[in-house]
Ligand binder design. Structure first.
Ligand code: NDP
Length: 499
């Protein structure tokens, strides 16, 4: 099956006519379809279409723009099972997680549809009589959205829905590993009645389509989720062009387990955090920081359960862990495991899984390393696969220092029954998201999402803060005094003079 770009309200091929295949990571022989291998000329056409559509779209009242998102949410709800199945086939995550990904897109429609009736500014008293001041949020123009493959429906909605309800028009460039999910999202927006040019979809490689979008002078805001390496490049280009840019990058998240924790709960949390989505979440638990008094019991149970996790095609609901996204990722994870074998003790996993039905897929065994030192590379670098590093500590202070001692600051978690310890951790953990007695994964779309340090550039997705990315503040003053009133001057007496 052949798929197309969506530009200016029409489905069109890449101008070059070239395509690339989209493969199922659970069975690389299964080709979902051919997608356009676009170039800078296609990006330019999409940005021009978005620019042309912007003046009319920004005039549509925000509540009406919100209604379009509500309709999109209804369509996504109707098509949830179909899209979830397509996602599992394309991205590999097991079906119940794929349903969760679509549900997050639906929830995002409800949140940002409702924003159409809020988009609050504020008013404040003027310092002068007969003068008023207030603020409104204005759209920026064309938003370039570059998305990864790990949440192939949710992340495009996180970015596009607030961009659209704010009155921006959009050019979406999805990851080359998951173009089909974005195609399905755009189908839903079209059915909901999105006007031509307001949403444009351009498929193709990051180095061509992504770069062209970032460099396009008319794409005034760029929102990116992906690797720190690419994020830095984008930031440099956008910085020179004085573009607004929001970056959601890597993580090296940890779960702390104190000696008073409910170990049954901590066990379920770490298994879900480390091996859910095959460890391919930016919030995945890749470090377990455990108090030495409970180390042996907890780690023994983690390993026993990790060995039993059932790998396989996520469409079979008996399977618990799907494949990695592609063969390159299998190689990258294996490289880290080889490094880990020199740095720590391998307790389980440590190799791809390729027997029987797994032969044609990109499967990797859930892997646990013990005795990992804080300076080890597997304790510091993002692996983005089913690899858990266990570090042992003797106190809360040591646990917090260990958790914070990495370049990233996305998500953290502490399991304890001590309310004082929990509050100290909430205050001291240097991450954008902190969980107490819950794993490092599980964000909800109406709360801010993002992190400190090299996890991003200070912006947040989700909730209200996303509107700092997609809108400009406009301050309006109305002087109804009928005379020139000079702020800071006319309401102050001159030195030495009576008022
Ligand atoms: P990338 O950062 O390479 O890709 C993310 C998106 O950016 C994709 O749409 C990609 O396109 C695009 N892209 C790639 N290069 C450029 C560029 N030079 N300019 C503009 N856009 C570009 O991540 P990968 O998918 O290669 O994954 C690599 C690592 O990134 C992972 O192992 C993980 O560590 C991290 N990552 C983090 C995510 C997160 O949620 N924070 C999500 C995904 C990855 P294309 O797909 O065509 O290459």
């Amino acid at each position: 099956m052949s798929f197309l770009n969506f530009i200016g309200g029409r489905w069109v091929p890449a101008k070059s006519g070239r395509t690339f295949p989209d493969r199922n990571p659970a069975n690389q022989d299964d080709v979902i379809g051919e997608f356009p291998s676009s170039g800078p000329e296609d990006v330019d056409a999409a940005v021009q279409a978005a620019k042309k559509a912007f003046p009319a779209w920004r005039k549509v009242p925000a509540p009406r723009r919100g209604e379009l998102l509500f309709r999109t949410g209804e369509i996504l709800t109707r098509r949830k099972e179909e899209i979830a199945r397509a996602m599992t086939r394309e991205m590999g995550k097991v079906l119940k997680e794929a349903r969760g990904d679509v549900q997050e897109g639906i929830d995002t429609a409800w949140v940002h549809g409702g924003e159409g009736r809020r988009l609050h500014g504020y008013s404040a008293p003027s310092e002068l009589p007969n003068k008023a001041g207030w603020t409104v949020r204005a759209p920026i123009g064309v938003a370039g959205l570059i998305t990864p493959w790990n949440f192939p429906l949710a992340i495009p909605t996180w970015k596009s829905f607030p961009a659209l309800v704010s009155g921006n028009t959009v050019v979406l460039k999805p990851a080359s590993d998951t173009p089909h999910c974005s195609h399905l999202l755009v189908e839903c927006l079209i059915e909901a009645g999105i006007p031509p040019g307001v949403v444009n979809l351009v498929h193709g490689g990051g180095g061509t389509v992504g770069t062209a979008l970032v460099r396009h002078p008319d794409a005034r805001v760029i929102s990116f989720t992906g690797s720190s390496e690419v994020g830095r490049e984008i930031s440099a280009v956008a910085g020179r062009m004085l573009k607004r840019v929001s970056l959601e990058l890597g993580g090296k998240n940890a779960q702390i387990v104190m000696d008073d924790a409910d170990l049954d709960l901590a066990l379920e949390g770490v298994l879900w955090g480390a091996f859910g989505t095959t460890g391919q979440r930016c919030t995945a638990t890749s470090r377990l920081i455990v108090h030495r008094k409970v180390h042996d019991e907890l780690v023994g149970r983690v390993v026993a359960r990790a060995k039993k996790l059932r790998l396989g095609d996520g469409l079979d609901e008996k399977n618990e862990v799907g494949p990695l996204i592609n063969r390159e990722r299998v190689r990258a994870v294996q490289e880290y495991v080889e490094i880990g074998k020199k740095e720590a003790k391998l307790l389980c996993g440590g190799a791809p899984a390729g027997e029987g039905a797994l032969k044609k897929g990109c499967f990797y065994r859930p892997t646990v390393f013990d005795g990992v030192k804080p300076a080890a590379r597997i304790a510091r670098e993002e692996i983005f696969g089913p690899v858990l590093s266990v570090l042992t500590v003797g106190s809360l202070d040591e646990a917090i220092a260990c958790l914070n001692d990495v370049e990233y600051g996305l998500s953290s978690s502490i399991y304890t029954r001590d309310v004082n310890a929990a509050f100290v951790a909430m205050e001291e953990l240097d991450t954008g998201i902190v969980y107490v007695n819950a794993p490092t994964i599980g964000a909800e779309c109406h709360f801010p999402f993002g992190g400190t340090k090299s996890t991003g550039n200070g912006h947040r997705e989700g909730g209200h803060p996303i509107y700092e990315v997609f809108t400009e503040w406009k301050t309006i003053y109305v002087d109804y005094s009928g005379r020139l009133q000079r702020a800071q001057i006319d309401n102050r007496k001159a030195p030495g003079r009576k008022r």
